[in-house]
Design a protein around this ligand. Structure first.
Ligand code: GLN
Length: 313
Protein backbone atom coordinates (compact mmCIF):
# COMPACT_ATOMS: atom_id res chain seq x y z
CA UNK A 1 0.00 0.00 0.00
CA UNK A 2 0.89 3.64 -0.34
CA UNK A 3 2.57 3.36 -3.73
CA UNK A 4 1.03 4.17 -7.15
CA UNK A 5 -0.63 1.50 -9.32
CA UNK A 6 1.24 -1.58 -10.57
CA UNK A 7 1.25 -0.36 -14.16
CA UNK A 8 2.68 3.02 -13.19
CA UNK A 9 5.45 1.40 -11.11
CA UNK A 10 6.34 -1.02 -13.96
CA UNK A 11 6.59 1.74 -16.54
CA UNK A 12 8.59 3.96 -14.15
CA UNK A 13 11.17 1.21 -13.59
CA UNK A 14 11.40 0.54 -17.34
CA UNK A 15 11.87 4.25 -18.11
CA UNK A 16 14.51 4.75 -15.44
CA UNK A 17 16.36 1.63 -16.52
CA UNK A 18 16.46 2.96 -20.09
CA UNK A 19 17.48 6.42 -18.93
CA UNK A 20 20.53 5.29 -16.92
CA UNK A 21 21.72 2.14 -18.67
CA UNK A 22 24.21 4.19 -20.70
CA UNK A 23 25.57 6.16 -17.73
CA UNK A 24 29.24 5.11 -17.51
CA UNK A 25 30.53 7.32 -14.67
CA UNK A 26 32.45 5.66 -11.85
CA UNK A 27 34.71 2.62 -11.62
CA UNK A 28 34.22 -1.06 -10.86
CA UNK A 29 35.88 -1.87 -7.48
CA UNK A 30 39.23 -3.63 -7.80
CA UNK A 31 40.75 -3.50 -4.30
CA UNK A 32 39.22 -6.96 -3.92
CA UNK A 33 40.79 -8.31 -7.16
CA UNK A 34 37.94 -10.58 -8.27
CA UNK A 35 35.38 -7.76 -8.19
CA UNK A 36 37.18 -6.22 -11.18
CA UNK A 37 35.79 -9.09 -13.31
CA UNK A 38 32.23 -7.69 -13.04
CA UNK A 39 30.65 -6.55 -16.32
CA UNK A 40 30.10 -2.77 -15.97
CA UNK A 41 27.03 -3.03 -18.22
CA UNK A 42 25.04 -5.01 -15.66
CA UNK A 43 22.09 -3.01 -14.38
CA UNK A 44 19.06 -4.33 -12.53
CA UNK A 45 16.18 -2.67 -10.67
CA UNK A 46 13.73 -4.49 -8.40
CA UNK A 47 10.95 -3.01 -6.31
CA UNK A 48 8.97 -5.20 -3.95
CA UNK A 49 5.94 -3.82 -2.19
CA UNK A 50 4.90 -4.64 1.36
CA UNK A 51 2.02 -6.71 -0.02
CA UNK A 52 4.51 -8.83 -1.98
CA UNK A 53 3.94 -7.31 -5.45
CA UNK A 54 7.16 -7.55 -7.52
CA UNK A 55 8.24 -4.99 -10.15
CA UNK A 56 11.51 -5.39 -12.05
CA UNK A 57 13.61 -4.12 -14.95
CA UNK A 58 16.96 -5.28 -16.35
CA UNK A 59 19.47 -7.69 -14.79
CA UNK A 60 17.59 -8.66 -11.63
CA UNK A 61 18.72 -12.31 -11.63
CA UNK A 62 22.49 -11.84 -11.85
CA UNK A 63 24.24 -12.90 -8.65
CA UNK A 64 26.89 -10.68 -7.07
CA UNK A 65 28.44 -10.56 -3.60
CA UNK A 66 26.38 -8.72 -1.02
CA UNK A 67 29.49 -7.08 0.54
CA UNK A 68 28.65 -4.25 2.96
CA UNK A 69 24.90 -4.68 2.55
CA UNK A 70 25.32 -7.73 4.81
CA UNK A 71 26.15 -5.27 7.62
CA UNK A 72 22.54 -4.08 7.81
CA UNK A 73 21.12 -7.59 8.18
CA UNK A 74 23.79 -8.90 10.55
CA UNK A 75 23.13 -5.82 12.70
CA UNK A 76 19.43 -6.75 12.74
CA UNK A 77 20.18 -10.38 13.66
CA UNK A 78 22.49 -9.32 16.51
CA UNK A 79 19.89 -6.83 17.81
CA UNK A 80 17.29 -9.60 17.64
CA UNK A 81 19.32 -12.26 19.47
CA UNK A 82 21.14 -9.95 21.90
CA UNK A 83 19.61 -6.45 22.08
CA UNK A 84 19.67 -3.13 20.23
CA UNK A 85 20.88 -1.48 23.46
CA UNK A 86 23.90 -3.76 23.60
CA UNK A 87 24.94 -2.87 20.04
CA UNK A 88 24.28 0.81 20.74
CA UNK A 89 26.55 0.66 23.79
CA UNK A 90 29.35 -1.55 22.37
CA UNK A 91 29.54 -0.26 18.81
CA UNK A 92 27.54 3.00 18.53
CA UNK A 93 25.06 4.54 16.11
CA UNK A 94 26.67 7.80 14.95
CA UNK A 95 28.05 8.42 11.48
CA UNK A 96 31.85 8.48 11.27
CA UNK A 97 32.03 11.02 8.44
CA UNK A 98 34.87 8.80 7.21
CA UNK A 99 35.47 6.16 4.53
CA UNK A 100 34.04 2.69 5.14
CA UNK A 101 37.44 1.15 5.88
CA UNK A 102 38.66 3.94 8.16
CA UNK A 103 40.96 3.24 11.09
CA UNK A 104 40.02 6.63 12.54
CA UNK A 105 36.53 5.24 13.08
CA UNK A 106 38.12 3.34 15.95
CA UNK A 107 40.67 5.92 17.10
CA UNK A 108 38.28 8.88 17.34
CA UNK A 109 36.27 7.53 20.23
CA UNK A 110 38.56 5.52 22.53
CA UNK A 111 38.09 2.35 20.53
CA UNK A 112 34.31 2.52 20.19
CA UNK A 113 33.92 2.10 16.42
CA UNK A 114 30.93 4.47 16.06
CA UNK A 115 28.54 2.38 13.95
CA UNK A 116 27.88 -1.08 12.53
CA UNK A 117 27.73 0.09 8.88
CA UNK A 118 31.48 0.74 8.47
CA UNK A 119 34.04 -2.07 8.50
CA UNK A 120 35.34 -1.53 12.05
CA UNK A 121 31.87 -1.44 13.59
CA UNK A 122 30.65 -4.27 11.38
CA UNK A 123 33.50 -6.53 12.53
CA UNK A 124 32.66 -5.65 16.15
CA UNK A 125 29.00 -6.44 15.42
CA UNK A 126 29.77 -9.79 13.77
CA UNK A 127 31.75 -10.64 16.93
CA UNK A 128 28.48 -10.32 18.90
CA UNK A 129 26.68 -12.90 16.75
CA UNK A 130 25.50 -15.86 18.89
CA UNK A 131 27.10 -19.27 18.35
CA UNK A 132 29.39 -21.53 20.40
CA UNK A 133 31.99 -21.79 17.61
CA UNK A 134 32.97 -19.72 14.57
CA UNK A 135 31.30 -22.31 12.34
CA UNK A 136 28.06 -21.93 14.29
CA UNK A 137 28.19 -18.13 14.16
CA UNK A 138 28.74 -18.25 10.41
CA UNK A 139 25.86 -20.70 9.96
CA UNK A 140 23.60 -18.40 12.05
CA UNK A 141 24.51 -15.49 9.77
CA UNK A 142 24.00 -17.49 6.56
CA UNK A 143 20.64 -18.87 7.62
CA UNK A 144 19.55 -15.51 9.09
CA UNK A 145 20.33 -13.60 5.88
CA UNK A 146 18.64 -16.40 3.91
CA UNK A 147 15.44 -15.85 5.91
CA UNK A 148 15.54 -12.18 4.95
CA UNK A 149 15.95 -13.19 1.29
CA UNK A 150 13.41 -16.02 1.47
CA UNK A 151 15.79 -18.48 -0.20
CA UNK A 152 19.02 -20.22 0.80
CA UNK A 153 21.96 -17.90 0.09
CA UNK A 154 25.33 -19.43 -0.77
CA UNK A 155 28.88 -18.23 -0.40
CA UNK A 156 30.97 -17.42 -3.48
CA UNK A 157 34.21 -19.20 -2.66
CA UNK A 158 36.20 -17.21 -5.23
CA UNK A 159 35.10 -13.87 -3.76
CA UNK A 160 35.89 -15.12 -0.25
CA UNK A 161 39.37 -16.34 -1.27
CA UNK A 162 40.13 -13.15 -3.18
CA UNK A 163 39.18 -10.94 -0.24
CA UNK A 164 40.97 -13.10 2.37
CA UNK A 165 44.22 -12.63 0.42
CA UNK A 166 43.87 -8.84 0.34
CA UNK A 167 42.10 -7.91 3.60
CA UNK A 168 45.12 -6.99 5.71
CA UNK A 169 43.36 -3.76 6.59
CA UNK A 170 40.28 -5.48 8.03
CA UNK A 171 42.57 -7.80 10.01
CA UNK A 172 44.35 -4.73 11.37
CA UNK A 173 41.00 -3.14 12.31
CA UNK A 174 40.07 -6.31 14.21
CA UNK A 175 43.39 -6.37 16.08
CA UNK A 176 42.94 -2.70 16.98
CA UNK A 177 39.41 -3.40 18.26
CA UNK A 178 40.84 -6.28 20.30
CA UNK A 179 43.47 -3.95 21.80
CA UNK A 180 40.67 -1.71 23.05
CA UNK A 181 38.71 -4.66 24.43
CA UNK A 182 35.97 -4.03 21.86
CA UNK A 183 36.09 -7.59 20.57
CA UNK A 184 36.66 -10.41 22.97
CA UNK A 185 36.37 -13.28 20.46
CA UNK A 186 39.38 -14.21 18.29
CA UNK A 187 39.91 -11.20 15.97
CA UNK A 188 41.10 -13.14 12.93
CA UNK A 189 38.29 -15.68 13.24
CA UNK A 190 35.88 -12.75 13.40
CA UNK A 191 37.32 -11.25 10.19
CA UNK A 192 36.97 -14.67 8.56
CA UNK A 193 33.25 -14.75 9.42
CA UNK A 194 32.84 -11.11 8.35
CA UNK A 195 34.52 -11.90 4.99
CA UNK A 196 32.20 -14.86 4.49
CA UNK A 197 29.12 -12.75 5.19
CA UNK A 198 30.34 -10.23 2.57
CA UNK A 199 30.83 -13.09 0.04
CA UNK A 200 27.22 -14.30 0.09
CA UNK A 201 25.66 -14.11 -3.36
CA UNK A 202 22.46 -12.12 -3.91
CA UNK A 203 20.55 -10.60 -6.82
CA UNK A 204 18.83 -7.20 -7.10
CA UNK A 205 15.60 -9.15 -6.52
CA UNK A 206 16.98 -10.66 -3.28
CA UNK A 207 18.00 -7.21 -2.03
CA UNK A 208 14.47 -5.92 -2.62
CA UNK A 209 13.00 -8.88 -0.69
CA UNK A 210 15.46 -8.37 2.16
CA UNK A 211 14.68 -4.65 2.28
CA UNK A 212 10.93 -5.22 2.03
CA UNK A 213 11.23 -7.45 5.12
CA UNK A 214 12.58 -4.44 7.02
CA UNK A 215 9.89 -2.21 5.47
CA UNK A 216 7.26 -4.65 6.68
CA UNK A 217 8.08 -4.73 10.41
CA UNK A 218 10.42 -7.71 10.04
CA UNK A 219 7.98 -9.94 8.11
CA UNK A 220 9.21 -11.24 4.75
CA UNK A 221 6.38 -10.27 2.34
CA UNK A 222 7.01 -13.28 0.08
CA UNK A 223 7.35 -16.06 2.68
CA UNK A 224 5.17 -14.47 5.38
CA UNK A 225 7.82 -15.38 7.94
CA UNK A 226 8.71 -13.05 10.84
CA UNK A 227 12.50 -12.73 10.57
CA UNK A 228 13.11 -10.03 13.20
CA UNK A 229 10.76 -8.06 15.44
CA UNK A 230 9.13 -4.80 14.34
CA UNK A 231 11.29 -2.97 16.90
CA UNK A 232 14.50 -4.41 15.47
CA UNK A 233 13.38 -3.53 11.91
CA UNK A 234 12.71 0.03 13.09
CA UNK A 235 16.11 0.33 14.81
CA UNK A 236 17.88 -1.03 11.72
CA UNK A 237 16.18 1.51 9.46
CA UNK A 238 17.10 4.37 11.80
CA UNK A 239 20.75 3.33 11.65
CA UNK A 240 20.65 2.96 7.85
CA UNK A 241 19.24 6.48 7.53
CA UNK A 242 22.24 8.01 9.29
CA UNK A 243 25.04 5.60 8.33
CA UNK A 244 24.06 3.31 5.42
CA UNK A 245 25.81 5.22 2.64
CA UNK A 246 29.06 5.82 4.59
CA UNK A 247 30.29 9.42 4.57
CA UNK A 248 27.69 10.34 1.92
CA UNK A 249 24.74 9.35 4.12
CA UNK A 250 23.68 12.96 4.74
CA UNK A 251 23.65 13.83 1.04
CA UNK A 252 21.81 10.60 0.26
CA UNK A 253 19.11 11.27 2.86
CA UNK A 254 18.76 14.85 1.64
CA UNK A 255 18.33 13.80 -2.00
CA UNK A 256 16.52 10.47 -1.72
CA UNK A 257 14.98 10.50 1.74
CA UNK A 258 15.17 6.74 2.40
CA UNK A 259 17.21 4.50 4.70
CA UNK A 260 19.59 2.52 2.48
CA UNK A 261 22.73 0.40 2.37
CA UNK A 262 25.28 -0.06 -0.39
CA UNK A 263 28.03 -2.58 -1.09
CA UNK A 264 31.20 -2.44 -3.22
CA UNK A 265 30.02 -5.12 -5.66
CA UNK A 266 27.44 -2.53 -6.82
CA UNK A 267 24.29 -3.38 -4.87
CA UNK A 268 22.05 -0.90 -3.06
CA UNK A 269 18.96 -1.59 -0.97
CA UNK A 270 16.67 1.37 -0.18
CA UNK A 271 13.68 0.96 2.10
CA UNK A 272 10.37 2.85 2.27
CA UNK A 273 8.89 1.84 5.68
CA UNK A 274 5.40 0.40 5.34
CA UNK A 275 5.58 0.59 1.52
CA UNK A 276 8.35 -1.66 0.23
CA UNK A 277 11.96 -1.65 -0.90
CA UNK A 278 14.17 -1.15 -3.92
CA UNK A 279 17.10 -3.39 -4.79
CA UNK A 280 19.50 -2.07 -7.42
CA UNK A 281 22.63 -3.52 -9.00
CA UNK A 282 25.23 -1.83 -11.17
CA UNK A 283 28.97 -2.30 -10.57
CA UNK A 284 30.43 1.15 -11.32
CA UNK A 285 31.00 3.03 -8.03
CA UNK A 286 31.65 6.61 -6.97
CA UNK A 287 34.59 7.55 -4.73
CA UNK A 288 32.71 6.61 -1.53
CA UNK A 289 32.02 3.11 -2.92
CA UNK A 290 28.34 3.61 -3.82
CA UNK A 291 26.92 2.45 -7.19
CA UNK A 292 26.55 5.42 -9.56
CA UNK A 293 23.59 4.15 -11.59
CA UNK A 294 21.99 2.69 -8.48
CA UNK A 295 22.02 6.07 -6.78
CA UNK A 296 20.59 7.89 -9.81
CA UNK A 297 17.89 5.24 -10.21
CA UNK A 298 16.93 5.42 -6.52
CA UNK A 299 16.75 9.21 -6.72
CA UNK A 300 14.32 9.15 -9.65
CA UNK A 301 12.24 6.23 -8.43
CA UNK A 302 11.90 7.79 -4.96
CA UNK A 303 10.77 11.08 -6.54
CA UNK A 304 8.38 9.66 -9.11
CA UNK A 305 6.76 7.10 -6.77
CA UNK A 306 6.59 9.44 -3.77
CA UNK A 307 8.78 7.34 -1.49
CA UNK A 308 10.75 10.12 0.26
CA UNK A 309 10.09 9.79 4.02
CA UNK A 310 10.13 13.53 4.56
CA UNK A 311 7.68 14.46 1.82
CA UNK A 312 4.24 15.38 3.13
CA UNK A 313 2.48 14.54 -0.14
N1 GLN B 1 34.03 -6.85 2.16
C1 GLN B 1 34.26 -5.46 1.88
C2 GLN B 1 35.34 -4.91 2.80
O1 GLN B 1 35.37 -5.27 3.93
C3 GLN B 1 32.97 -4.70 2.04
C4 GLN B 1 33.15 -3.22 1.84
C5 GLN B 1 31.96 -2.54 1.21
O2 GLN B 1 31.10 -3.12 0.57
N2 GLN B 1 31.99 -1.23 1.32
O3 GLN B 1 36.18 -4.14 2.40
Amino acid sequence: GGLPSDGFIDSTLADIHTRYRGLDDGEVADYIPILAEADPRWFGLSLIESDGAVHEAGDVDIEFSIQSISKAFVFALVCQSRSSELVHERVGVNNTGLAFNSVMAIELNDGKPLNSMVNAGAIATTALMPGATSAEKWENIRTGLSRFAGRPLRLDGRVYESEMKTNQRNKALARLLESYGRIITDPLDTVDIYTRQCSLLVTAHDLAVMGATLADGGINPLTGRQVVSAEVARDTLALLASCGMYENSGEWLFEIGLPAKSGVAGGIVAIAPGKGALGTFSPRLDSAGNSVRGQRACFHISRVLGMNLFASN
